[in-house]
Design a protein around this ligand. Structure first.
Ligand SMILES: *Cc1c(COP(=O)(O)O)cnc(C)c1O
Length: 388
């Protein structure tokens, strides 16, 4: 049996995989089982922050792996303390809870919001507003938070207490807050899975004004937008606001599973011993890698991301067959005249890996992609978008 046959036989049938077996990668280059080379603009869905098998990250991870691989949270260990300090000092937040995925990071954010609101305002203040077209994860509760019926339909009943507001609709948000007992408003600053759609400045401003006036918590889901992806360290920083809670995962670990729920002043003491936990959370190997990743997301790098992003947007906006380009930084969605799936397949054929978001072609390049590779890849995408 070859790899594809074995996978089809033994792995639960949840993924529509591309017809490629990836075997080896270095930076933004990756090779399939036949030795064909690709330029990768997908980074394993915004996970490989510095590309494949980045040497500095590999060194940090293997050093820790050769020292101590796991402690459980019954003991103290250095890498998770260092990473928590780094996250707080770079954001002005106060405390961190570590987990292993985006869904888990969001679960923690939701638990914190419910507990805060119950203690402060009363148990009936348990409703969380999320946005239509959002994506927050695949557990029963984060599915409930996800404002897309297609993800819900086979898994009812979901966790109670979520209502949905149209993104960028300030009037609807005001109405929902007036007519419900709200604990928190949760949002992605750029909806990733929903089609790479940024929130407007006005809407984000309104969220924070309403939240402040009503003692409602703000939760930024930075699972995809975080860790430099949008050209700022966290996506909310594009808007000059600071949430009470943010969750992150994907790019934080640079390729190892790691989630973090980062808590601001208002909620820093909401969790107490026994109220939450995770066996693998804060794993030393994942955290040692993340310390390396985060320490390299400097202002200088972020400026480069912003400049390269501008290059991509300009080139693609003027390309034939491209209707629009949305997103921020290195999180971009291309609306194409041709079907996105066929553009992606054409790119693959010509040695460039891009992914999909709804009906768009999504680009999530490594933050350190060399300009030369980026230029080559964009030329391939432009060619693939043309009608033929
Ligand atoms: C990917 C994603 C999640 C879920 O993360 P997992 O690690 O797959 O659980 C949650 N929120 C957003 C915004 C995401 O992009």
């Amino acid at each position: 049996m070859n790899i594809k046959e074995k996978d089809n036989l033994y792995i639960a049938n949840t993924y529509a995989r591309f017809p490629l077996v990836l075997k080896e990668g270095k930076g933004s280059a990756v090779w399939d089982e036949d030795g064909k080379e690709y330029i990768d603009l997908g980074t394993g869905i915004a996970v490989n922050t510095f590309g494949f098998s980045d040497s500095e990250w590999v060194n940090a991870v293997t050093k820790q792996l050769n020292t101590l691989q796991h402690t459980s949270n019954l003991y103290f260990s250095e890498p998770c303390a260092d990473l928590a300090e780094m996250l707080c000092s770079r954001t002005g937040m106060k405390k961190v809870f570590f987990s292993n995925s985006g869904a888990e990071a969001n679960e923690c954010a939701i638990k914190v919001a419910r507990k805060y609101a119950a203690e402060k305002k009363g148990a009936e203040y348990n409703t969380i507003i999320t946005l239509k077209n959002s994506f927050h994860g695949r557990t029963i509760t984060t599915l409930a938070a996800t404002g897309q019926d297609v993800f819900h339909k086979d898994f009812l009943p979901l966790t109670d207490g979520f209502i949905y507001c149209e993104a960028n609709n300030c009037e609807e948000l005001k109405r929902l807050v007036e007519t419900n007992k709200i604990a928190a408003i949760m949002f992605e600053t750029v909806q990733g899975e929903g089609g790479v759609l940024p929130l407007t400045d006005e809407f984000v401003k309104t969220i924070f004004e309403i939240a402040k006036a009503n003692d409602i918590l703000t939760i930024a889901d930075e699972v995809q937008t975080g860790n430099g992806r949008t050209g700022k360290l966290y996506g909310y920083m594009n808007y000059g606001v600071k949430p009470d809670i943010f969750s992150t995962a994907k790019g934080l670990g640079g390729g190892l599973p790691l989630g973090a729920t980062v808590l601001g002043e208002k909620v820093e003491n909401v969790l107490n011993p026994g109220s939450h936990g995770s066996t693998f959370g804060g794993n030393p190997v994942a955290c040692a890698g993340a310390v390396n990743i985060l320490s390299r997301i400097t202002d200088e790098l972020l400026n480069e991301v912003a400049e390269k992003s501008q290059y991509i947007v300009e080139k693609l906006s003027n390309a034939k067959g491209v209707k629009s380009v949305s997103g921020k930084g290195f999180m971009l969605g291309i609306e194409t005249e041709k079907d996105a799936g066929s553009v992606i397949a054409e790119c693959q054929k010509n040695g460039v890996l891009v992914i999909k978001a709804k009906n768009k072609v999504r680009l999530l390049p490594a933050l350190n992609i060399p300009m030369e590779l980026l230029e080559k890849a964009i030329d391939v995408i432009i060619e693939a978008c043309k009608e033929n």
